[in-house]
Design a protein around this ligand. Structure first.
Ligand code: NAD
Length: 486
């Protein structure tokens, strides 16, 4: 879409659109065209302070609003999201670059989180034991914790915020969100729709910006908890600084997801699933397939199918019909990816599909074609590091034991998948693999809203994961009352 008028984004504080107290802005690009589509303010500590004060004030009344009444606002919100589905998906494609189909699916994932959070009256129920001793009973009651801050990445502008604020506000908290400065537009639309759904002023706030805003949230005494999703170094930093300030923190971090293809796998399914998982959303998914450990005896057959499917991918602007692979997020990210391809060659991996040679790479947007390396080993940087782009590494292994040993060497442990029809091997995989989210014969095992979402090792810092009952617990605290009836 060509946008002639650049949109100067505002913060959303206390139910009002406010200019940030700064002259500093950053351009927001459409990665498919390189055009500037908006300027985002790089807000200051003063802006953070205003937003936290608004959220803190709103908490005083919002926490006491009856839970079904809070839920009803989310029901209305769900209807509005459904009514605006196409517009939201289009906005995601414009600011993030992923294909419209992927963006449409992302909106669905966001809506599912709202639907789950709208069940707050059941979720928030406590537990009672009427006779802990003679005439003595105990019960647990659940309460919100206060002002929550959410810090989100560029790759899922709708789904990741929806992991956080619907549950946080349904359970009676108020929320300050710091969206990615690379994809800030969708966040503002989410706020407009929340207002239309009848959410009282101050319950949901947005402060745009970068690390100064994050630090302001991490250090502020009135922020009770931090939900973070982003890259590993920043997640580690956020977790350490937030917990040092005695806050609850959940920090979902980077990934390097492994798929294991065994000799009895349905190779047609495995190659389709892995092609989608590696190259969908331009590989910019925390659940993207980055490494395939394939049993030597089927490696050639698997790779032939995969390469053929990669060759059929249509690359281009995600709004165009039939496009599967859009651009990566920024010019610098494209350069970084091209450097990784060079690194892989220097490290001795065999480049069997070179995404630098696709026509689209010469276009104005930040395109990189699907890239596949064979004979990758765990000593190579392309095996160790998160590339976060359409670059897939294949490692040949002798058997499942080898594949699991290889996978478990990774410092990351977000997702892992196995392709096989052997139940015993699935069990061995489930019991011995280090990863938080597993898939059997599927490529992207991202759990739905009602299950917890998160990895192990350096893919996650914290205790309670995002979503599901973990999310509910993260955003609430309990009181236990013991009563003697005399
Ligand atoms: P990022 O770490 O660059 O940014 C995430 C957020 O942190 C942004 O809001 C950004 O403004 C802020 N930030 C960046 N640098 C900072 C700093 N030095 N100090 C304070 N705040 C800072 O991540 P990204 O590039 O936007 O997102 C991609 C990353 O997110 C990938 O590593 C991906 O694996 C990860 N991710 C993980 C999950 C998961 O569930 N584990 C989900 C989605 C994305």
């Amino acid at each position: 879409m060509t946008q002639t008028k650049v949109n100067e984004l505002k913060n959303y504080v206390g139910g009002r659109w406010m200019e940030a107290k700064t002259d500093k802005t950053a351009p927001v690009y459409n990665p498919a065209t390189g055009e500037t589509i908006a300027n985002v303010p790089i807000s200051t500590q003063e802006d953070v302070e205003h937003a936290i004060q608004a959220a803190h004030k709103a908490f005083e009344t919002w926490k006491d609003v009856a839970v079904p009444k809070r839920s009803r606002i989310l029901f209305k919100y769900q209807q509005l999201l459904v009514a605006n589905w196409e517009e939201l998906a289009k906005l995601i494609t414009i600011e993030n670059g992923k294909s419209y189909t992927e963006a449409y699916g992302e909106v669905q994932r966001g809506i599912e989180n709202v639907e789950f959070a709208a069940g707050a009256p059941s979720l928030m129920m406590g537990e009672q034991l009427p006779s802990i001793a003679t005439d003595l009973e105990s019960g647990v009651y659940r309460y919100p914790i206060g002002v929550i801050a959410g810090i989100t990445p560029f790759n899922f502008p709708m789904m990741v915020p929806c992991w956080m604020f619907p549950m946080a506000i349904a359970t009676g908290n108020t929320f300050v969100m710091k969206p990615s400065e690379r994809t800030p537009l969708l966040a503002n639309r989410l706020a407009e729709l929340l207002e239309e759904a009848g959410l009282p002023a101050g319950v949901f706030n947005i402060v745009h910006g970068a690390h100064d805003v994050v630090n302001g949230l991490l250090d502020h005494k009135q922020v009770a908890a931090i939900s973070f999703v982003g890259s590993q170094p920043v997640a580690e930093y956020v977790y350490k600084r937030g917990t040092d300030n005695l806050k609850r923190v959940q920090a979902l971090a980077g990934a390097k997801n492994h798929s294991i293809v065994l000799r009895d796998a349905n190779l047609e399914n495995a190659s389709t699933q892995i092609m989608n998982a590696a190259f969908g959303s331009a590989g910019e998914r925390c659940m993207a397939a980055s490494v395939v450990a394939v049993e030597e005896s089927v490696a050639d057959a698997f790779i032939a199918r995969l390469t053929q499917k990669a060759n059929e991918i249509k690359i281009g602007n995600g709004l165009d019909e039939g496009v599967f692979l859009g651009p990566v997020i920024r010019e610098q990210h494209k350069e970084r990816t091209l450097n990784y391809i060079e690194t892989g060659e220097k490290e001795g991996a065999k480049l069997i599909r070179d995404g630098r040679k696709d026509e689209a790479v010469k276009q104005k947007g930040y395109f990189v074609g699907p890239t596949i390396f064979d004979y990758v080993t765990s000593e190579m940087n392309i095996w160790k590091e998160e590339i976060f782009a359409p670059v897939l590494s294949i490692a040949r292994v002798n058997d499942l034991d080898d594949a699991i040993a290889l996978t478990n060497q990774s410092r990351f442990a977000n997702g892992a998948c196995i392709f096989t029809r052997d139940g015993g091997k699935v069990r061995q995989f489930r019991e011995t693999i280090d990863a938080g989210m597993l898939g059997v014969n599927i490529g992207v095992p991202a759990p739905m809203a009602f299950f917890p979402f998160s990895g192990w090792k350096d893919s996650f810092y914290g205790d309670l994961h995002a979503n599901g009952k973990d999310g509910l617990q993260f955003y609430t605290r309990k009181k236990v009352i013991t009563t003697k009836w005399i």
